[in-house]
Unconditional design. Sequence first.
Length: 253
Amino acid sequence: MTSDSPGLPAALTVFVFIVAMLYSSVGHGGASGYLAVMSLLSVPPAQMSTTALILNLLVAGISYLAFLRAGHFSGKLTGPFLVTSVPAAFLGALIHIPLRAYQLLLAAVLVFAAFRLAVPLPKAMQCEHEQSMPVGWALAAGALIGLLSGIVGVGGGIFLSPLMILMNWADMKRTAATSACFILVNSAAGLCGRGVGNTLEVGTWAPLVVAAAVGGLTGSYLGANRLSGMTLRRILAAGLCIAAVKLVMTAAH
């Protein structure tokens, strides 16, 4: 990895640790959080998306292993989503959109992610009796989420997990395990697509990798074995909204 950046702000490393810890506690890699932090620090978009996917790959992998060891992963549940999401994420990474369109699309993703972090799912929607998952719906959802993930540079778990819970296809733990695997595979597909499309650009972010790894280990343990609090998640959600506003203002000018 090479970069012209003179140095890595210590605050960015701290934020990456917090993002990785909070997102991994619910089986997510944290790409939307990393993108928000980097956009606030005016990191070039090409570096933003690639770096976010690399950190996503690391944290989602750690999270997936934690939920797998805790016995929450189901290959039968996850497989249909992956069949269509992997090629879609690869193709999405090959799609070049104007900078302004990318900024607005990313802002929309950040607002959605902020909502998911700040607003807990109503207990009434967390039913004990799961419904069978229609394979056709899973294939369609995987394709759409994968394509969007590849374009923006996220893993897609922030979209998949609420869908699974709202449709009552799995409980919180199995949903988190499925999301972690989904993010892991789609992040890899997105990185491959960027490599093929010659848009794989990342700076020297070694401290971020360490921070993401430690945060991912901490959060995934808490998520797989304990409950995580809402206060820090809402603080992070506020940060995502600030980044979204900044992106919209930049796109407007």
